[in-house]
Design a protein around this ligand. Sequence first.
Ligand SMILES: Cc1cc2nc3c(=O)[nH]c(=O)nc-3n(C[C@H](O)[C@H](O)[C@H](O)COP(=O)(O)O)c2cc1C
Length: 281
Amino acid sequence: MNILEIIKKRSSCRSYTGEPVSAADKDRLTDFINRSGSGPFGSQPVFKLIMSAPGDSESLKGLGTYGFIRKPAGFIIGSITQSPMNLEDFGYCMEKIILYATEMGLGTCWLGGTFKKSRFADKAAVGKDRIIPAVAATGYAAKRKTLTEKIVRASAGADKRKSVHEIFFSSELERLDDEFYRSSYGTVLEMVRRAPSASNKQPWRIICGSSKNNFHLFLERTKDYNKSRFITSDLQRIDMGIAMCHFELAAKACELDGAWIKKAPEGIRVSPGWEYIASWH
Ligand SMILES: Cc1cc2nc3c(=O)[nH]c(=O)nc-3n(C[C@H](O)[C@H](O)[C@H](O)COP(=O)(O)O)c2cc1C
């Protein structure tokens, strides 16, 4: 399946059938997880797949997702050591796994707030030197969404994406024109717009440099977001890594060569408060 189609197909799934994932699917996903490399800033998260066995759907119950996730077949648990840009790397690597699971026909849901970290750390035997910034539920999606899922989606405004003009800008911090959005890079940016983000806050901002194939990625933080009692990792930095993953995979699919570098652009206007993350050249 084309990655653009996979990105369009993905949406967070919080209601599963409860059926264990088949041995073949589990092996396929495990194999992909084991081949997961490092992120664009060089740190390497470690991922583990914890799945319920046939006839043993109870085994995951104690993990604790505060009732938001119904009957998952398992979880993808990622951990990382402390280093600069580790959360961006984490988001980038984990999202590759999420998109692979989507291609396999599995439902997924990122969980950054609504999971009990200590229980997941015990289950995946994560050492004290590592942190679990987020996990993902996975399994076969139920045909119907539960009421809780409908409420969670509605309260996160999950179906409401910001318009392109709120998140993508020219080097003068103005709107990119319609012609740009009809180009291959327009497709790439649309794939970023479809990325999942914590509470659907969509904190990514991209400035298209004057040469038209330079893109600068910034984080515009949601005010007081990290003050919520559920938020124990800097989830908006994870969101930035996810956006980088979508950008890079979409650019490859559109046959646009390029790479990430971290060198803040000079001479372009930036909104006050935006944090520079990386540039695509
Ligand atoms: C880093 C991160 C953390 C998230 N944490 C949670 C969570 O704790 N609970 C939850 O139900 N959804 C969580 N989500 C899912 C978002 O709410 C969801 O991606 C967003 O509302 C957009 O909806 P979509 O994924 O269906 O496109 C998280 C997403 C990301 C990227």
